[in-house]
Design a protein around this ligand. Sequence first.
Ligand SMILES: Nc1nc2c(c(=O)[nH]1)N[C@H]1C(S)=C(S)[C@@H](COP(=O)(O)O)O[C@H]1N2
Ligand SMILES: [Mo]
Length: 512
Amino acid sequence: MKQISRLAGAVAAVVSAFLALAVGSLVAAITDVVSPLNAVGGEFIDHTPRWLHDWAIEQFGTNDKAVLKLGMWVTIFVFAAVLGALAVRRPWIGAVGFGVFGLVGAFVAVNRPASSAGAAIPPLIGAAVGGAVLYFIVRPRPIEIPGESRVPLGWDRRRFLVSTSVALGGAVVVSTSAKAIENRRTAELTKSAGKPLDAGTVPSGPVDTAPPVPAGAEVDPNTPFVTPNDDFYRIDTALSFPRASPDSWSFDIEGMVDSPQTISYADLLGMPQVERMITICCVSNEVGGKLVGNAVWRGVLLRDLLDIAGIQDGAEQVFSTSLDGWTSGFPVEAAIDGRDSMVAIGMNGTSLPLEHGFPARLIVPGLYGYVSATKWLSKIELTTWDREGYWVPRGWSQQGPIKTQSRIGFPRSRSSITPGPTKIAGVAWAQNKGVAKVEVRVDEGPWLVADLATDVSDDAWRQWVLDWDATPGDHVIEVQATDKTGYTQTAERTALAPDGASGHHTIKIKVK
Ligand SMILES: Nc1nc2c(c(=O)[nH]1)N[C@H]1C(S)=C(S)[C@@H](COP(=O)(O)O)O[C@H]1N2
Ligand SMILES: [Mo]
């Protein structure tokens, strides 16, 4: 019997694993269920320890998902290579290995939130195809007696090269088809996502529009007052966009309410809507970080919707679930105390972009996104504090009010500027309270009161600017904000967890 080399076995197994994943993705795309890789990736995300999550966001920012996918490919290929090397001697090892991967994938996929039994099929078919191909390539076969017309002992290598190349080519074709189907689905969704809301095609209820942003609201040259949709930070646990067509989508209001409601996209459009300038912020935003953005959100006020449903006595928490099973919850008061909490369908004049929650999401002024801003909304339940949102068992506080904060936008940290009169500028935010004062100090000198830009809304950030005569040398610049309740942000630096970073944004610059 003639065996192929261990290296060849490893290569064949890596190709077979690629084929298995490609077939899994294609079957998933055709049957419209979660792909095996996304299921396992999602499971990994849900079990990522906090330090790793924070580290990943810090290192890779919003590229964390691309890095995760790359990491998964590499891990799978390393496992496959080892399996393949072992399978050269014992071909059954390869088959069993692929079988185990298929079963684990199927188990994970079926048990993902909002998944179904059908999600087991893609990993099983993928593993079966990959395992069979690997077995076919590495199985021992009788040595051919070299005939006169053949290169002696060349048969094995040629056969290996041919079968492995065919498998690789097949995998490329299959994965390209899977991608094409997935892209078509996303394109179908983006036909309505991120598009002008008042194009006249949809009848809309009255909209209480937001006034245009006054020119005086923007004084930080590095921070547009309204964050464009394309530049708006994106944070979520989703590896692919939840499937929701505005024609069939609806969300439920249920739990401790008098009359449960099911509300469609058309229902929302037909109701009175508001447009409000609201700054949202991620609890994972480091002091001075970029996970904060300001947009004109348009939607139906949550208190109007809850009025229709009727909140029952004893309800403590507005608990919401996304189409992909993510959850968050905040106090009932935040929905009805007069602030503009809403089920949003629009962002900066367009329907919600897919990545920001199309068809609809929650926006609650003054609360971090992780407790309130559910994208791809599927359900709102009125309940008690017994229910815990996604991040709570993962070490974050159940209550997440946004901390009063400020950020220096100009000059940039670690930049060099020329001596002479200049400006120090930035933003400050204290949603649902408003910014009353911003102070800056240079080299731990006295706190100097900055000029505040035009106040647009207590729920939106406020820009500020301070004239400064830059003298040559190294300088440290520090900022602090005071909100309209009279609270001045603390200088004490805390970690992100459990309820958001505190401390002064402090930068070092050179003047020369
Ligand atoms: N479905 C879903 N909604 C979600 C999340 C998520 O992981 N899944 N993350 C939340 C968090 S932590 C934040 S900070 C905001 C971010 O919203 P954005 O991506 O539109 O900026 O969305 C919130 N809504
Ligand atoms: Mo967040």
